[in-house]
Design a protein around this ligand. Structure first.
Ligand code: 475
Length: 830
């Protein structure tokens, strides 16, 4: 038998021509074959989009080769693997990133040129994969890139939403949400695995059974759906390793209820089956509140159940003893969203694998690690007990049992301190409905709890998880977030990439980002500065063209491009930015004509989505448009000030905006941004930061020095006292004047903006806009001053990039691997 198999393998191998070739002729043949046989167009006539489709299939073939090799290698080596569970991944576009990581971008560009196509034009055809909302989701995507590049044996798991992040359309300055049916044009970057599917159960009852004299619980479900796998290869850079991101889609279950067909209502039976698909249909568009919705809970469990069946199946293929699971499996919980996994592993071990509770618990406590991305206690996820009990009756029992054991243990340690016991309990008894606190469950069962910046960990230890920190100080760690320099410099800023490599004399920084420090040496070099400025200018021209195409506003390239792009939130204080812009406008209006020459021209750019139900955030968007309308049409102001709102902010928009900005704002109230990662993208691209000392900015200050940034505002420890003082704080007359202008209808929509004004005046000023306003203006004035001195500005810009090395996800991931997951690289040989 074995001999036969070997002979067959050799015969087949002989038929294969090794790996796909990357010379121009092979690539061209390949692309044209895909035009004809995949896209089904004539190879003599196809448009840019069809060329993009064929091109991406040709790239996909190459990804698949490496991905197979990597998976086989991992299987053979059987290292400890990391399973990275996240309900959101903001991948953006894949084409450019893939060819760059595979090291064949230029090969493709040349091959296409000879066919009469421009690689960049085709890359623009691709839509974004936007299966996430904001920072957390983009972080997950950056971390996958680093996991692959650093050769870690990792798998990502997520959901394949049919509708990703909503498309933001602006009508009359108001945000409207439109569906993003992103799969409409096909998705060449995924591989459907019809045979990798698992049943997922919901509802029903819990019954008891006796096996070998032992009582067992059996969950008899009321509903079943099928989870089907879609695999997305994630190539590393400068390595053949290509890891897998497996996303689950819900499909009707194969196990049919024959009864309903036999009753004759065939059509209705089919229609009902089809409803299964709604589970993975749409991404929840809110990144801040948990509303205890049944569909969301269903998504979470669907995701968790399918992923764990897959992980346990893979483990059981090679191992027969669960005691060794912690040596082979690390499960990373990205926020609390996948934390039902804890109860699910207990259920599978105890009810299905018949392990004793204590053995199961022992293993569970060794495999989970948890990273929280939240900072406000009120944003922590809670699930109403009734909801959980109806959808997942067995899991509710298990969570109660975990809690009961924990409470017993805790009493032994801390005595009968009832208020502390009730704070630490997984069950929240106070309030109108009983809730399960998913964060407490995650902290109790994880061996490590991570924050996403140093300051975030401080806040976790002293506020959010104070009681737990006192109990288990060793569990708490932090890993400052990062971003991947592959996407945020190499893909999105090719000119800067080439310039850096030229002056460092190597491309090694793309894998070893600390080398960027070498640029410090040339920060004041006139030739280097000249080239640096030219690159930045070209990026600004590209951005200006985009702005004009989007909004019709013509902007001057010589102006300072001042950018704030991120989700719209009160704590991120886009309103502070707007009030500052109005103040600038007001000053220009009231200036002597002769003084206007001294004004540094600005183009203020704001972009970001508001959650559909977040009224205040939507009003901020409208205010931005109302102010822009006034300023941009004021002939007395001209190029001195422009304000533009970039609609439908997403990853590919960021790739265009970040390299083209001079100044970027990260101005959250101190203590509210867990980390922030936008700041890191701008920093890498040599854009200066105007920021509060919040989240990861505190660490950026340490890396590049406060003298190379514009830092302002209250510090974290000052915020509570300032808030308590409320209206007893010193009022700012300038601030009051601007708010009055808005309130009195200077920009129209008087009544509509009233509540926005209330939110920042007197005791209502929860996020301390008024308090920080004066120091904000001072920071802005320093930025103006620095910009006039272009030599100094360029030096600061170079030093920003040079000091950005720490903020690569390569560093973040290496830290997680070592001190949280306990995994080692597993590099596929060539
Ligand atoms: C923080 N999203 C940033 C970033 O660590 C931080 C919440 C609920 C449901 C869906 N999405 C969410 C977040 O909580 C989120 O994006 N948090 C962000 O995580 C990465 O840099 O400060 O706000």
């Amino acid at each position: 038998k074995a001999g036969e198999r070997k002979a067959k393998a050799e015969r087949l191998f002989g038929l294969m021509d090794g790996f796909l070739k990357n010379d121009p002729l092979s690539l061209q043949t390949d692309i044209l074959d895909h035009v004809e046989y995949t896209v089904a167009r004539s190879r003599f006539s196809f448009d840019d989009f069809e060329a993009y489709q064929a091109l991406s299939h040709s790239v996909r073939d190459r990804l698949i080769e490496r991905w197979h090799e990597t998976q086989q290698y991992f299987k053979r080596k059987d290292p400890k693997r990391l399973y990275f569970l996240s309900l959101e991944f903001l991948m953006g576009r894949s084409l450019s990133n893939s060819v760059i990581n595979l090291g064949i971008r230029d090969h493709y560009a040349d091959a296409l040129k000879q066919l009469g196509f421009d690689f960049e034009v085709l890359a623009e055809q691709e839509g974004d994969a936007a299966l996430g909302n904001g920072g957390l989701a983009r972080l997950s995507a950056c971390q996958m890139d680093s996991l692959a590049t650093l050769d870690f044996p990792a798998w990502g798991y997520g959901l394949r939403y049919q509708y990703g992040s909503f498309r933001q359309v602006i009508l009359d300055g108001f945000q409207h949400e439109q569906p993003d049916y992103w799969l409409n044009f096909g998705n060449p970057w995924e591989i459907e695995r019809v045979h990798v599917s698992y049943p997922v159960k919901f509802y029903g009852t819990v019954e008891e059974d006796i096996l070998n004299g032992q009582k067992y619980k059996i969950w008899v479900p009321g509903e079943m759906v099928e989870a089907v796998a879609y695999d997305n290869p994630i190539p590393g850079y400068g390595t053949r390793n290509t890891i897998n991101l497996r996303l689950w889609a819900a499909k009707p279950s194969g196990q049919d209820d024959m009864e309903s067909y036999n009753t004759g209502d065939y059509i209705n039976a089919i229609v009902n089956r089809q409803k299964a698909e709604t589970i993975s249909c749409v991404l929840y568009p809110d990144d801040r509140s948990y509303q205890g919705k049944e569909l969301r809970l269903k998504q979470h469990y669907f995701f968790v159940s399918a992923s764990l069946q897959d992980i346990i199946r893979r483990f059981k293929e090679e191992h027969n003893n669960f005691e060794t699971l912690p040596d082979k499996v690390a499960l990373q919980l990205t926020d609390t969203h996948p934390s039902l996994a804890i109860a699910e592993v207990m259920r599978v071990f105890v009810d299905e694998e018949h392990l004793s509770w204590n053995r199961a618990w022992d293993i569970v406590c060794k495999i989970f690690s948890f990273t929280t991305h939240t900072i406000q206690p009120e944003a922590l996820e809670k699930i109403p007990v009734d909801l959980l009990g109806s959808l997942l009756p067995r899991h509710l029992q298990i969570i109660y049992d975990i809690n009961c054991n924990f409470m017993e243990e805790l009493k032994k340690k801390i005595g009968l301190d009832y208020s502390r016991l009730s704070r630490m309990s997984i069950i929240e008894e106070e309030g109108p409905v009983k809730n399960i606190r998913m964060a407490n469950l995650s902290v109790i069962c994880s061996h490590t709890v991570n924050g996403v910046s140093r300051i975030h960990l401080e806040l976790l230890k002293t506020k959010v998880f104070k009681d737990f920190y006192e109990l288990w100080p060793q569990k708490f760690q932090y890993k400052t977030n990062g971003v991947t320099q592959r996407r945020w410099i190499v893909v999105s800023n090719p000119n800067l990439c080439a310039l850096i490599s030229k002056w460092l004399g190597t491309e090694a920084w793309i894998r070893n980002v600390d080398l960027l420090m070498g640029l410090r040496e040339y920060a004041a070099d006139a030739d280097f500065q000249q080239e640096w400025k030219l690159v930045r200018r070209l990026n600004k021209i590209r951005l200006a063209e985009y702005i004009e195409a989007m909004s019709g506003v013509k902007v001057s390239i010589d102006a300072m491009f001042d950018v704030q792009i991120k989700r719209i939130h009160e704590y991120k204080r886009q309103l502070l930015n707007l009030i500052g812009i109005i103040h600038r406008y007001d000053c220009i209006k009231n200036m002597e004509k002769s003084d206007r020459r001294k004004v540094v021209p600005r183009v203020c750019i704001i972009g970001g989505k508001a959650a559909p139900g977040y009224e205040i955030a939507k009003k901020i968007i409208k205010l931005c448009h109302a102010v822009a309308e006034k300023i941009n049409n004021d002939p007395g102001v001209g190029d001195l000030l422009k304000l533009v709102f970039i609609p439908d902010y997403n990853v590919s928009v960021a790739e265009l905006v970040v390299p083209g900005s001079d100044l970027s704002q990260h101005i959250s109230t101190a203590g509210y941004e867990a980390s922030g990662t936008g700041n890191m993208k701008f920093l890498m691209n040599g854009c200066l930061l105007l920021a509060t000392a919040d989240g990861s900015t505190v660490e950026i200050i340490e890396e590049i020095g406060e003298e190379n940034m514009f830092i302002f505002g209250a510090k974290v420890h000052e915020v509570p006292t300032l808030r308590d003082k409320g209206s007893a704080r010193k009022p700012s007359l300038q601030f009051a004047r601007i708010v009055r202008m808005i309130r009195e209808g200077y920009f129209g929509f008087k009544d509509y903006f009233g509540s926005l004004c209330d939110a920042v005046e007197g005791n209502g000023d929860f996020y301390l806009l008024e308090h920080d306003f004066e120091s904000y203006l001072e920071a802005q004035a320093s930025a103006d001053k620095a910009f006039v001195d272009q030599k100094r500005w360029t030096q600061m810009s170079i030093l920003s990039t040079a000091g950005s090395g720490k903020f690569s996800t390569d560093r973040t991931i290496a830290e997680y691997a070592e001190s949280t997951w306990g995994i080692e690289p597993c590099k596929c040989p060539f």
